[in-house]
Design a protein around this ligand. Structure first.
Ligand SMILES: Nc1nc2c(ncn2[C@@H]2O[C@H](COP(=O)(O)O)[C@@H](O)[C@H]2O)c(=O)[nH]1
Ligand SMILES: [Mn+2]
Ligand SMILES: [Mn+2]
Length: 479
């Protein structure tokens, strides 16, 4: 492998929740890992090597960052943040976004307390289990009529879904980018990607994706929680999914195109999954146009699943669901940030990392200006999940963690527990489970993930965000 003979990494503690990888070899900037000592990947860990690899990308500024939930991914680590200077040869890399483009989390709050739900929990979970398509392939909420309509989804995202009667205006106010990014270019989406995306608008996909019924348990920041529409004891619904086969195919197509183009730009990277091209090049622009289309698809996907959940909540519990927020954790965005005293146009890659806008940011809707952006952190189906918010001076270009982060591979996970046993364990603790496959369930055992509360504590300690509310699971529909 390319890493044979690479010098050992030099990891130095720089603060209570901050470690630095000093520049070595081809690294253009240092690596910065935000974590407690306990959460830190071990010395030889491949994820740290990947943080160093990302630091070699042309145009990267300040540092190659890792969030406290960092773990190994293809090319870039999951939990990585890297910004490149668009006007100084900075590159965009599909590997810095990942295969599930615009994978993200949406949280809805019910006008209902957990105590009132107990009575109807079974029909509610049966209803959700019936209408939420999940697993590989297997159906979708919205039967998109053909290529024409799919192009409208790619261009219009949640906004188009709402125009077609799937939701209301408030759903757009509370979605990152108001439900759709403007620069989507469906022309850059291959016929194969379109084909894969056609029958999947409104579907969860595989095992790490889910729809979960949760209760607000602990509220460390009552003012922010109130602004988000959350109070202790309340029922919520968290949805985690992305852009399905469409996003995956786009990533595959554009990694290949960039790999072929790199010699022309004189770019060399230490891992083929870091293939990249200048943001301003035809290949860079083509990828960003396709990526934006997938971002819109991901939001429409979550919008349709939310609508399906709303119908079941209305029928089974007479309850409504209001959108708290919808945010992606696999995306590259063109943003302006101050670097070395000057405003620079940056391409900020967040892969398994979440944007966390601070209070007062113009990118926030009016009713969230005072509190900051809601940041949605799934934990596991057996422990907690968290709601956080952005903070003034937020580091890593206003980014934070995206989950607990994997500790065991899927293969290792299924050696610790069987799916049936795991479901029995969860049900005995009062967590209802509607799965797609026993194996898929076992791969997602809570033991496969780090301790999410330790992760968010480290993220807060590192100055990336602040904790707002802790959520505990009541029932999960698992991909
Ligand atoms: N509340 C739940 N959280 C879960 C579940 N399965 C996974 N997860 C968390 O999601 C993040 C993000 O996953 P990724 O695949 O996008 O990287 C992951 O790190 C876990 O913490 C679940 O069933 N319920
Ligand atoms: Mn995800
Ligand atoms: Mn995903």
């Amino acid at each position: 492998m390319h890493h044979h003979g690479a010098p050992p990494l030099d990891l130095v503690q720089a603060g209570p929740y901050e470690f630095r990888l000093e520049r070595l070899g081809a690294m253009r900037v240092p690596g910065v890992v935000f974590a407690s000592r306990e959460l830190l990947p071990e010395g030889g860990d491949e994820a740290l090597r990947q943080v160093a690899d990302v630091a070699t990308l042309p145009g990267i500024v300040v540092a190659s960052y890792a969030m406290p939930d960092v773990h190994w991914g293809y090319g870039f680590p999951i939990g990585g943040v890297a910004a490149t200077d668009v006007d100084d040869g900075g590159v965009v890399s599909p590997g810095g976004v990942g295969f599930d483009i615009s994978c993200g989390v949406r949280l809805l709050a019910a006008d209902l307390d957990a105590a009132a739900l107990r009575r109807v929990m079974r029909p509610l979970m049966d209803g959700l289990g019936r209408v939420i398509p999940r697993g590989a392939g297997r159906g979708a909420v919205w039967q998109v009529s053909g290529r024409r309509q799919l192009e409208a989804v790619l261009a219009g995202g949640s906004r188009y879904a709402v125009e077609q009667g799937h939701g209301g205006e408030r759903d757009l106010m509370r979605c990152e980018d108001a439900g759709a990014v403007a620069d989507a270019d469906p022309e850059q989406v291959s016929a194969r990607a379109m084909e894969r995306g056609l029958g999947q608008v409104g579907s969860l996909g595989g095992g790490n994706h889910f729809l979960e019924v949760q209760r607000v348990d602990e509220v460390p920041d009552e003012a922010a929680a109130a602004a988000f529409g959350l109070r202790p004891g309340q029922v919520c619904v968290m949805i985690h999914c992305g852009s399905r086969g469409l996003g995956h195919q786009i990533c595959t197509d554009h990694v290949r195109a960039m790999e072929a183009a790199m010699p022309r730009y004189g770019i060399e990277v230490p891992d083929r999954q870091l293939a990249c091209a200048p943001v301003a090049s035809p290949e860079g622009r083509a990828y960003l146009g396709a990526m934006a289309a997938a971002a819109n698809y991901g939001r429409a996907n979550r919008q349709l699943l939310a609508e399906a959940a709303r119908r079941i909540f209305a029928d089974a519990a007479g309850a409504t669901l209001d959108l708290v927020y919808d945010v992606s954790h696999n995306l590259a965005k063109l943003e302006t940030h101050r670097v070395d005293g000057a405003d620079r146009r940056l391409c900020v890659h967040r892969k398994g990392a979440t944007l966390a806008l601070p209070p007062g940011h113009p990118g926030l809707p009016e009713d969230l200006r005072a509190s900051g952006q809601p940041v949605l952190i799934p934990g596991t189906m057996g422990t907690s999940s968290w709601v956080l918010t952005g903070v003034p001076g937020g580091r890593a270009f206003h980014s934070t963690c995206h989950g607990a982060g994997r500790r065991l591979s899927r293969h290792q996970a299924i050696r610790t527990v069987g799916g049936k046993e795991l479901r029995a364990r969860l049900e005995s603790r009062g967590i209802a489970v509607r799965g797609a496959s026993w194996r898929g369930l076992a791969e997602e055992t809570p033991d496969a993930y780090k301790d999410v509360s330790a992760v968010v504590e480290a993220a807060e300690g590192a100055g990336l965000c602040r904790r707002v509310a802790r959520l505990t699971p009541l029932g999960v529909v698992k991909g």
